[in-house]
Ligand binder design. Structure first.
Ligand code: PLP
Length: 424
């Protein structure tokens, strides 16, 4: 009885409180929210799932994540960490063992010298984009970024108050950034240049010559390079080089990397940034304190195991991706009206579909609704992606063959215009 009285007493304020008024139609959001973009891949995935729930068979080639499991030794390390009591907060910038392992990994692979204090660990690599732009970009600052490119760059440049300046990736240059154009686009207001090699969505990889030219043009200037190297371990016939490896450029370069793609750990949320100064790393850590507090402890231990353990599963995954890439490019080039270059990194192809004289977004919708194949419009990565589609080949060969054959059937019903895109 006493307990019941206590309960009523506790609930009394709730019962007598006026109902919360939620203005559903005219809710006022902060102005900055109108500057935030999104990632279409998640929207297409949702639409594809909706069609599946209605009984449709859908072949998924829209989402950018490996279809492999995380290597066993990484999983068992995380399980053991949980059993051993790694259940609590960690330092905001990451546990010392992981920061050390990352510093060693980046020092070795980029041939530079990185101290653990320059590393900040985050839940996925995406926050490194968010935090770096928040920390460095303000009103009137210009940021040059690849277009087509990962849509979060443009979104976050605008959100931070900066001005995005698109550097078009053109098929004639195998979708590599035109570094001469980047140099021409730079103004006294340019504060940052974003590089992404291997590139999402095109799979292009910057070469030594590109990086040398950029370094020569910007060395010693008040311009940061933000080098998104999340696909750095996923290259086929070349090595992914970092602008940070160019003489003197580490002092101006933020490196983003992580575990999502290389170790098939997208759902674990584990990434990191390597910063050119301890002051900047400190500012990024402050953003971590204000947002996530820290990255999950057992996930970080898994990260140490991933970096320092056996890389045979990574090599096997890469070999499978290479076989699929070759097959997918061949099959796409057999479709009348489609031409597709051989990408050198990541797990995407970016076929040219200009000859169908339709907007890429309309083609992508048609392919989802008619063929049951989920792909992304090139314009999901910026306006310079018009005329292209992005297909992820991070799915089984059987499904890729089924998907491309269904695409061929649907595209075969469309008229091909006179302007065929360049062949691979
Ligand atoms: N950078 C690029 C170019 C990406 O494609 C992605 C993910 O798709 C990320 C960063 C973010 O990676 P994460 O899933 O670790 O946040």
């Amino acid at each position: 009885m006493l307990a019941l009285i206590h309960l009523i007493y506790q609930a009394l304020p709730l019962l007598t409180m006026p109902r919360l008024q939620v203005k559903v139609e005219s809710m006022d959001f902060a102005e900055r929210m109108s500057r935030l973009g999104t990632e279409t891949a998640f929207e297409v995935l949702a639409r594809a799932k909706q069609l599946e729930s209605q009984g449709r068979r859908i072949v998924h080639m829209e989402i950018g994540e490996p279809d492999f499991k995380t290597p066993d030794h990484v999983v068992s390390t995380a399980i053991k960490a949980l059993e051993d009591g790694w259940h609590h907060y960690t330092p905001s910038a990451g546990i010392p063992a992981l920061r050390q392992a990352i510093a060693e990994h980046i020092s070795r692979t980029r041939r530079i010298r990185v101290a653990p204090d320059q590393v900040v660990v985050t839940p996925g690599a995406k926050p490194i984009i968010f935090f770096s732009l928040l920390a460095l970009i303000q009103k009137n600052d210009e940021v040059i970024y690849p277009n087509p490119g990962f849509p979060i760059y443009e979104s976050m440049i605008r959100f931070a108050g900066g001005t995005p300046v698109a550097a078009p990736l053109r098929e004639e240059l195998e979708f590599r950034m035109d570094v001469d154009e980047v140099i021409r686009l730079a103004t006294p207001r340019t504060r940052m240049i974003i590089l992404n090699s291997p590139n999402n969505p095109t799979g292009s990889v910057l070469d030594q010559h590109d990086l040398q030219k950029l370094a020569t043009a910007f060395r010693g200037k008040d311009v940061f390079f933000f080098s998104d190297e999340i696909y750095s371990q996923l290259t086929y016939d070349c090595e992914a080089l970092s602008i940070a490896s160019q003489a003197g450029m580490q002092a101006q370069t933020i490196i983003l990397d992580g575990f999502s793609k290389t170790y098939a750990m997208t759902g674990w949320r584990l990434g990191y940034g390597v910063f050119p100064s301890l002051e900047l790393a400190g500012q990024i850590t402050k953003l971590m304190v204000n947002s996530n507090s820290c990255t999950a402890a057992f996930t970080q231990l898994a990260g140490v195991a991933a970096l320092t353990g056996d890389h045979t599963p990574v090599r096997q995954m890469l070999a499978t991706f290479r076989t699929r890439r070759d097959r997918v490019v061949k099959l796409l080039n057999e479709i009348p009206g489609v031409s597709c270059r051989l990408p050198h990194g990541a797990f995407y192809v970016f076929p040219n579909v200009k000859s169908f004289s339709q907007k890429s977004a309309d083609l992508a919708t048609l392919l989802l609704n008619e063929a049951g194949v989920a792909v992304l419009s090139g314009t999901a990565f910026g306006r310079h992606g018009e005329g292209y589609l992005r297909l992820s080949y991070a799915t089984s060969m059987e499904l890729l063959e089924e998907g491309i054959s269904k695409m061929a059937e649907t595209l075969g019903k469309l008229e091909i215009g006179a302007t065929l895109g360049p062949q691979a």
